[in-house]
Design a protein around this ligand. Structure first.
Ligand code: NAD
Length: 334
């Protein structure tokens, strides 16, 4: 039987993975630290490593894994931008992921963030706890009748578009691989990204992070947007140029921002830093704006999503142990 090392394992990971592993007869060892160049030495006597979004697997980590005899990388997430796939293929290491654990979890969090930033829920909550019941500065807008732009109409983008359409919005969508039948059936309009930027009151990003989508929202894109635009990013931090975002926010050039991801989130998000001095000046500045809401990469965090991540991950480990092919659709191809 193989041995699988689970990195960046939180209590909720153990709670969902352990019972599945026990019933499948899979051998797990949990580490609460991330897999990265500094920690790859911890890998020995393992057939596979199981990692999450902020583990870092560049070429040197892949080489370390190969030298330790690791044959499989199992991502407990959909995105795989943190793995050097070319090196993994060169070293004969197979990479699998959980492609679609719950698009609803992520889409619903995007909508929660939109509502929170538009209706100033976090500010209002803080105020009333200080017995400040004033409504000054808490004016939002009706979503009904507004134009929503969804960038990326894969699994999560589609669910987000459909939920937001329920508010009575007009939905614009953009994707280099449009699903026109779906858009027609829903009454949504595919437009170019620039057009979407110009026309939308709310923009929500749902593309993977690739060289083409890195800094998709940069200074030029922000300039095209309405000054009142609300920008939502629950996908990957690198989609937004955070420094350009800060500049625009300082100039009052953007209505509201809600982020579940941040381009330099590794080493910050998922951890308690309340006793540390924050070294990231861009994040520190973002946290000062009254019209910015930030959560710590928690869009995936529902019972349903964790259960599905555990089911798919452990089933793939069981299949690897039994010399079977992984579940269909879970192999990350180059
Ligand atoms: P998906 O693969 O189903 O859909 C992605 C869509 O983006 C595809 O339709 C693709 O054609 C489109 N796309 C690619 N490049 C584009 C571009 N330049 N402009 C517009 N569209 C483009 O992926 P998904 O399951 O919907 O997930 C989307 C992303 O959400 C993931 O890649 C991941 O980064 C992120 N995510 C975040 C969390 C979280 O907890 N915050 C959880 C899961 C996924």
């Amino acid at each position: 039987m193989g041995r699988y090392l689970v990195f960046d394992a939180k209590r909720y990971d153990r709670r969902s993975l352990e019972p599945e592993a026990e019933s499948a007869g899979v051998n797990l060892k949990f580490y609460d630290f991330r897999l990265e160049p500094e920690t790859v030495e911890a890998v020995h006597n393992a057939s596979g490593v199981c990692v999450f979004v902020n583990d870092k697997l560049p070429a040197e980590v892949i080489d370390g894994l190969a030298e330790a005899g690791v044959e499989k990388i199992l991502l407990r997430c959909a995105g795989f931008n943190n793995v050097d796939l070319v090196r993994a293929a060169e070293r004969g290491i197979q990479v699998v992921r959980v492609p679609a654990y719950s698009p609803y979890a992520v889409a619903e969090h995007a909508v929660a963030l939109l509502m929170a930033v538009n209706r100033k829920v976090a500010r209002a909550h803080q105020r009333v706890h200080e017995l400040n019941f004033s409504l000054e500065g808490l004016v939002g807008f009706d979503l009904r009748g507004k134009t929503v732009g969804i960038v990326g109409t894969g699994r999560i983008g589609k669910v987000t578009a459909e939920i937001l359409s329920g508010f009575g919005t007009e939905v614009l969508v953009s994707d280099p691989y449009p699903d026109t039948a779906w858009a027609e059936a829903q009454g949504f309009e595919y437009v170019a990204f620039d057009d979407l930027c110009e026309r939308s009151d709310v923009i929500s990003l749902h593309t993977p992070l690739t060289p083409e989508t890195t800094h998709l929202v940069d200074a030029a894109a922000i300039k095209r947007m309405k000054r009142s635009v609300v920008l939502i990013n629950v996908s990957r931090g690198g989609l937004v140029d955070a420094k350009a975002l800060v500049k625009a926010l300082k100039k009052g050039r953007i209505g509201g921002v809600a982020l579940d991801v941040y381009e330099e989130e590794e080493g910050v998000f998922f951890e308690d830093h309340s006793n540390h001095i924050l070294q990231d000046d861009t994040l520190a500045r973002l946290l000062t704006f009254p019209n910015v809401v930030i959560t710590s990469h928690q869009a995936f965090l529902t019972n349903e999503a964790l259960a599905e991540i555990a089911r798919v991950t452990i089933e793939n480990m069981r299949r690897f142990d039994a010399d079977e092919e992984p579940l269909p659709g879970t192999i990350v191809e180059l």
